[in-house]
Ligand binder design. Structure first.
Ligand code: IVH
Length: 405
């Protein structure tokens, strides 16, 4: 016994056993990161934004670097019965650019004369196949090679025509983004709060999660929409993206609104569409620029991950710093207590925010907040106020621990 104990202790020293407080903090982090993974991968109901998730993950990684004997965060398994089906051809991603210079370089390098510029919708990419005008299959993008079958859910949602209008090609495959407009998202969250459930964080993950529901009446009620931006396959193929969009509209699809401009006007179109994003009734996360002429686009080919003839101009939302004033415990109708943080008002992407839900005790503990802390806040999914974490190395020692309810 004693020998075993000594070996155990020696083992701990060589691998820097974490102090009890660190171990406890790590435990909270593991719990909420696992919950976040579970929600994201299996329920598509994200409980925090990507920014907050990344912040907590890197916090855990830093703790683990200091104390390597901390447990790994358990991986979540795939939901049962979610067999992936192969796409007819890979569903590629888009190359990202974070500056205007990259946009200018892309336009110059491509050598094309005209470009299609559109908002980049932040939803769930789906690929729909039609045979003789009838919807036969709807797949999520998945890993780009194979996706999940969501045909029944797409039909239930009513966001895509089940049968195409006249002039229909014998075979047709389109790609678009399923999304939940802000108004529908707000209505759903109001309903959830009334029922004592946590509000959902982002319209994006909620759209994705909605397609996984078995309850078709609920899917319909959620008001999902589909905006189409690509004709992947058709026995009638237009010459340009501009004509492609018109053709898709004639067939009965809603298409992504955009502009077709000459090369010298791409940047101003990108800026215009970026400004319009703020008032768009749906979530967007950038602007897409695509070579308009489809034969030029095809000739440019693609890398393993993205087509060379398209670029996504993305914009970073920078989290804002503020001071945590108070944490109040609110009782939901279900009787559950929820911690709500109040902080000094701060402007984040156009709106002043001063409070954010902390969801539950574990979440509060994982963030390790104290009253008086300098904190980083953002708006998850572009709207819901969210605390990402404490600004490092700013504590004075005067901060006050948060009392349990
Ligand atoms: S074009 C050439 N246009 O963004 C065709 N994609 O990060 C390639 N997305 O999964 C896509 N809005 O599904 C295009 N207006 C838009 C889009 C758009 C959203 C999605 C796309 C892809 C992701 C890339």
């Amino acid at each position: 016994m004693r020998i075993a104990l000594w070996i155990g202790l020696a083992g701990c020293f060589t691998c820097f056993a974490a102090p009890v407080e660190v171990e406890r903090q790590a435990e909270y982090l593991r719990i909420i990161l696992q919950q976040a993974d579970e929600a994201y991968f299996n329920k598509y109901d994200s409980i925090m934004s990507d920014v907050a998730y990344d912040a907590l993950q890197s916090r855990y990684a830093a703790m683990k670097a200091a104390y390597p004997d901390l447990l790994d965060i358990a991986a979540v398994g795939s939901p049962v019965g979610d067999d992936k089906l192969l796409h007819s051809k890979p569903v590629l991603s888009l190359k990202k650019a974070y500056s205007d210079d990259e946009v200018v370089a892309f336009v110059k390098k491509s050598g094309a004369e005209r470009f299609r510029v559109e908002p980049k919708l932040d939803g769930l990419t789906v690929v729909l196949s039609y045979q003789n005008g009838v919807l036969t299959r709807a797949l999520t993008r998945g890993d780009g090679d194979a996706g999940s079958d969501v045909t029944a859910a797409i039909l239930a949602s009513g966001c895509a025509p089940a049968v195409l209008n006249n002039g229909k090609p014998a075979t047709l495959e389109i790609r678009g983004e399923v999304y939940m407009p802000f108004a529908q998202f707000a209505a759903l969250n109001e309903r959830r709060v009334r029922e004592g459930l946590d509000p959902l964080k982002s319209p994006r993950n909620t759209a994705a999660g909605s397609l996984r529901l078995d309850d078709f009446a609920e899917i319909e009620r959620r008001g999902l929409e589909l905006a189409v931006f690509e004709l992947r396959e058709s026995d009638l193929m237009p010459a340009t993206r501009t004509d492609m969009m018109l053709f898709l509209e004639e067939l009965g699809f809603s298409v992504v609104a955009g502009e077709t401009v000459d090369a010298p006007n791409v940047l101003s179109a990108v800026e215009r569409i970026n400004r319009q994003r703020a008032s768009a009734p749906f979530l967007t996360d950038g602007v897409v620029i695509k070579v308009d002429d489809l034969s030029v686009f095809a000739a440019q080919g693609s890398t393993a991950r993205y087509p060379r003839g398209a670029l996504a101009r993305k914009y970073k939302t920078i989290p804002e710093e503020t001071t945590l004033l108070n944490v109040e415990w609110q009782r939901a109708e279900s009787g559950r207590l929820t911690p709500v943080a109040h902080f000094e008002p701060v402007r984040v992407s156009g709106a002043i925010i001063q409070r954010a839900t902390l969801h539950n005790l574990n979440h509060l503990r994982a963030l390790d907040l104290r009253i008086g802390d300098r904190i980083l806040v953002t708006r998850a999914g572009g709207s819901v106020p969210e605390i990402i974490g404490v600004v490092p190395n700013q504590r004075t020692g005067d901060e006050i621990p948060i009392a349990s309810p």
